[in-house]
Design a protein around this ligand. Structure first.
Ligand code: FEO
Length: 401
């Protein structure tokens, strides 16, 4: 792109967006694409913060050349080694033969595991609190293990008070002209994808995120520059995203509400869910989401399960066990430390099986899931004489929201 994207006076955005990739990490749907962010500081010394995915790298190299405007690159700072940021690194080091890679010890280990690293003699290993003087800009490296991988660090620019935050504060979604969160309707157009990104990618590592926040206490942050999504530069947007992250990282719901997740082969279990949802609506529950686990991308269901306070899981019997889609969803929730929620169970079995037992067994590994009401059970379809029991469960759920 022969056009400079200015972050501050001498800090430029040189990242690129990928609108063709179907799934991030080959797992998570990307209806709006994804941006791989990278930043260039042009000071007495020049420094590039992070690389991007090789699939869109040709334009990236052009961005760097244009922003450098004939200068050489002195440092390549690698905050995170995952290939969505580092598959381009060898090429950058080849193009800029004097550039030194700034990385953690573990980061170097991972670089060597992933890539045939050609430039081992041009490496500066940094650890907690180490600094790099670029002239005007004074950078400090802060270790952030497991936000998202063990080698991660973030970089704090003491001069412009920029936090180069690695994956933290990222979002799915390609850049649509605007680089800054305050230029768009973030809550309407980006928040859901920021939540889906965080919960599914970094969600398991809440304690690590909170440890990083502790280290950042006392540091003025005027701008957050993540590796995906938009840049945060206004106090209200920075407060907003920090507040969201604190909820997500401590596994607290953002809002009161009920997410009903069904698995349903012929619609009878879905009907049970729809009846319960209608009863909850009539009992004043404001936020209700109803999903079919076989239809909606699991990452979106998981994001909403983290967003709201209550959930109802339909345990459909399949080959005497728990329906595979629901089984996978529940195990993924446990993996992501889903906790501090109130949950209820529905079960459908026509002639036997262990669906509910398996669901309860899976969630027994989760912390602080309070079960509301008795599991409501049907055989094949809801019978009229069962409606009182379902009404009782609706009363109990509504009272707990
Ligand atoms: Fe954006 Fe953990 O990689």
């Amino acid at each position: 792109m022969y056009y400079k994207r200015i972050i501050t006076d001498d800090v430029y955005y040189v990242g690129e967006s990928d609108r063709r990739l179907e799934r991030f990490e080959n797992m998570f749907e990307l209806p709006n694409g994804v941006a791989y962010n990278s930043y260039l500081i042009v000071d007495e010394k020049t420094a590039l913060s992070d690389g991007i995915d090789e699939t869109v790298s040709e334009r990236y190299y052009e961005n760097i050349r244009f922003a450098l405007d004939g200068r050489d690159l002195d440092y390549l700072i690698v905050n995170h080694v995952e290939p969505d940021h580092c598959s381009s690194i060898n090429n950058v080091l080849r193009e800029y033969p004097q550039a030194v890679m700034v990385i953690t010890q573990k980061g170097l280990q991972f670089m060597e595991q992933f890539y045939n690293l050609d430039y081992r003699d041009r490496v500066m290993i940094v650890k907690e609190g180490d600094r790099l003087d670029l002239g005007k800009h004074q950078l400090e490296f802060i270790m952030a293990p497991n936000v998202h991988w063990p080698e991660v660090m973030v970089t704090y620019d003491h001069t412009d008070k920029i936090l180069f935050s690695a994956d933290a504060f990222g979002a799915f979604g390609a850049i649509e002209g605007h680089l800054f969160a305050d230029q768009v309707n973030f809550e309407r157009d980006w928040l859901a994808e920021a939540r889906r990104y965080y919960i599914n990618i970094v969600g398991r590592q809440g304690a690590s995120v909170m440890r990083l926040f502790k280290k950042l206490e006392g540091k003025d942050i005027n701008l957050i520059a993540p590796l995906h999504g938009l840049v945060f530069r206004t106090p209200d947007m920075i407060s907003m995203i920090l507040e969201k992250y604190t909820k997500w990282a401590t596994y607290e719901p953002e809002e009161q509400g009920v997410v009903l997740v069904a698995a349903s082969m012929y619609g009878d279990s879905q009907n049970m869910n729809d009846i319960l949802a209608a009863m909850l609506a009539d009992r004043g529950v404001e936020n209700i989401r109803v999903y079919d686990v076989s239809k909606t991308p699991v990452s979106a269901i998981i994001a909403d399960l983290f967003r709201f306070s209550n959930a109802v899981f339909t345990c459909l019997t399949y080959n005497t066990l728990l329906y595979p889609g629901m089984d996978a969803l529940m195990r993924e929730l446990v993996m992501l430390n889903y906790s501090n929620r109130r949950i209820s169970y529905l079960e459908n079995q026509s002639w036997g099986g262990r669906a509910l037992d398996i669901a309860q067994e899976i969630f027994s590994k989760s912390k602080n899931l309070e079960v509301v009401g008795e599991p409501f059970k049907i055989k094949s379809s809801v019978a009229p004489e069962q409606m009182d029991d379902l009404l009782k469960l609706a009363d109990e759920i509504a009272a707990s929201v």
